[in-house]
Design a protein around this ligand. Structure first.
Ligand SMILES: [Fe+2]
Ligand SMILES: [Fe+2]
Length: 170
């Protein structure tokens, strides 16, 4: 029964996400690394699914809008690790992502504001002002934390593996 519920949730999530994730413009996010070794594409999908799960039983949430905003919240379209981009990246990319998303997908005022405020409290004057904005802001932090943690674990285990190899080769 539980498994059935999970599958139906994923199906519903994909139905909402499909109009965005099926576009070539959105697939461009696969080119850019965001946190650790995770691409922007992977990160925003994770944020969208976390947001969906957080909002599941809240009937006041416009789910299509929530998932759209989550998928586009880091739609800044460049590799921020390379020189030549506005810095600090954490402060500047919400505005770039908002403008790009507006241009390519169209946004309501609430959606635009939610993207603009997703880095709060870093962007101190841009506080989330809607339920959607708060959910994205939280889901983004949850996902980023997980991505860095996985990377740290992989690095740690790589070191352990190297030490074991050294020991066994002696
Ligand atoms: Fe971001
Ligand atoms: Fe993000």
């Amino acid at each position: 029964m539980k498994k059935f519920k999970k599958e139906s949730n994923m199906k519903e999530f994909l139905e909402y996400a499909y109009p965005i994730i099926s576009t070539d413009k959105f697939k461009e996010l696969k080119k850019y690394i965001h946190h650790a070794k995770h691409t922007c594409y992977r990160h925003v999908l994770s944020v969208a699914y976390i947001s969906y799960k957080l909002a599941l039983n809240n009937y006041k949430i416009d789910m299509a809008s929530l998932i759209k905003v989550a998928l586009l919240h880091d739609y800044y379209l460049y590799d921020w690790h390379k020189p030549g981009h506005a810095r600090p990246h954490g402060f500047t990319h919400p505005k770039t992502a908002m403008n790009n998303a507006k241009r390519d997908f169209g946004l309501t005022k609430t959606e635009a504001r939610a993207i603009r405020s997703h880095m709060w409290p870093l962007t101190i004057f841009h506080i989330p002002t809607s339920r959607i904005g708060w959910i994205i802001c939280l889901a983004d932090k949850m996902s980023a934390h997980y991505e860095y943690k996985v990377d740290k674990m992989l690095k740690k285990n790589k070191k352990r593996l190297e030490k074991m190899k050294e020991r066994t080769s002696r």
